[in-house]
Design a protein around this ligand. Structure first.
Ligand code: SF4
Length: 381
């Protein structure tokens, strides 16, 4: 049995960046911005084809992610939004997020985006220290982050999220505390804080391999995370997901779709979708993606049917990321079986080792479980 819901979230991937950050292994390309006009036409074509099949869905959220979606002109964003509203039902309260990098937007562009209906801005800030921003290979300074936040407020953005990375090579707890204070000084509605993962093959990984930079210290990073938990709670933010904090009413609805394991459609190069009990991934290079759509073909690279047992395990893994946890009643409503009957053994063992709390009604990660989430999630997949 697969749940079919009438609302759908759409992720729009924009795989272009001005320059490649030192730690990045996302599906994104520097120096290919000239493809943007053809890419946007391809996106609109993909949306139209998807609408032919799933047009009875109403859109709950739209998320322009990347890459650097703020490299699109407002006219390009408008074309994609128009295609979406033609292909699907687009209610007036749809959450529309756009990821932006400071240095790629100004007040004029932000006002245009806001007037198109973009109502949530997610800014990649990463650090309040310019030396750390340089180490990460970011194209902006902290001064530009502050200016962009101010311009976004003036443009009417009342829902602003900032991303930061901690556990950088050589970063001290004090430096991280200063970044957090500077972030709080900007009063964002939402904060995403990620521990740096050094991905093999990235410039940062090479520098660490060659001992030009120290490897990140996991214990220190855990201390930074615990400090952030305390400091943000004191500042009135709710820690609603492992890496995400929000003021009341500002949890990211789009990402909640993922964590609730509800259906989403991903359009764009390399985007993934999860719909009708199937999961698929698009061709990852923008040229291949564009060519497929110019030929009138769906740009799908891989495709799999998800069995019920897999969906149950993945749903548990995602629900447990959230502070609300995994609810036994919701599990029964969705799958028609008792949570205890399917995962009773795993829940008991994880409680025993102190990673989970389980009272027979709701299962939640303990503070230690939040730090060692992967050890918990592996038990369900
Ligand atoms: S801006 Fe984001 S997606 Fe682009 S290279 Fe940097 S980290 Fe990667």
């Amino acid at each position: 049995m697969h749940t079919r819901l009438s609302s759908l979230s759409v992720y729009v991937h924009i795989p272009f960046c001005r320059a490649r950050c030192a730690y990045c292994d996302f599906n994104t390309y520097a120096g290919l911005e000239s493809l943007l006009p053809r890419y946007v036409a391809a996106l609109c074509r993909e949306v139209e084809l998807a609408g032919n099949r799933w047009g009875d869905f109403s859109l709950a959220t739209v998320y322009f992610g990347g890459g650097t979606p703020s490299l699109m002109t407002p006219e390009m964003v408008e074309r994609v939004l128009n295609a979406l509203s033609l292909a699907f039902c687009m209610p007036p309260d749809v959450e529309i997020t756009l990821e932006a990098n400071p240095g790629t937007v100004d007040g004029h562009k932000l006002r245009q985006l806001r007037s198109l209906g973009v109502n949530r801005l997610s800014l990649g800030a990463q650090s309040a220290h310019d030396a750390e921003l340089r180490l990460l290979g970011r194209i902006h300074t902290w001064g530009e982050v502050v200016a962009t936040v101010q311009e976004a407020r003036e443009a009417g953005f009342a829902n602003l999220s900032l991303d930061f990375i901690f556990g950088l090579p050589g970063q001290t707890l004090e430096r991280w505390q200063e970044t957090l204070e500077a972030a709080l000084g900007l009063a964002p509605e939402h904060l995403s804080l990620y521990a740096l993962t050094v991905e093999e093959g990235t410039p940062l990984w090479e520098q660490i391999e060659q001992h030009l930079l120290p490897a990140p210290d996991d214990d220190l990073a855990a201390g930074m995370y615990e400090y952030a938990e305390e400091r943000l709670a004191a500042a009135g933010y709710s820690h609603y997901e492992i890496s995400n904090w929000a003021r009341e009413g500002y949890a990211c609805r789009h990402n909640l779709t993922y964590w609730h394991n509800e259906p989403w459609l991903g359009v764009g190069a390399g985007a993934h979708s999860w719909l009708d009990g199937r999961r698929w991934a698009n061709l990852s290079h923008p040229e291949d993606y564009i060519r497929a759509l110019e030929r009138g073909e769906m740009p799908v690279a891989e495709h799999e049917r998800i069995e019920l047992a897999t969906e149950m395990g993945e749903t548990m893994m995602l629900w447990l990321r959230l502070a609300e946890g995994a609810d036994a009643l919701r599990f029964r409503e969705r799958f028609g079986v008792e949570l205890e009957a399917v995962f009773g053994g795993e829940l008991a063992e994880l409680c025993e080792v102190g990673l989970l709390e389980w009272d027979g009604r709701v299962a939640r990660l303990t503070p230690r479980g939040r730090l060692l989430g992967n050890q918990v999630f592996l038990r369900f997949i």
